[in-house]
Design a protein around this ligand. Sequence first.
Ligand SMILES: [Zn+2]
Length: 44
Amino acid sequence: MMMSPVEFFKTLPAKQCPECGQPIEEQAESYMMECEHCLSKKEE
Ligand SMILES: [Zn+2]
């Protein structure tokens, strides 16, 4: 079943961090998949 991108994003649940399961606050320019906490852990 094909969905238009708009429909697809409407049906998305709140973004969740795959690492810790925390809900991620959407930011307009953000394409991060993980929460700040997990991202900062990964930064080297
Ligand atoms: Zn996380």
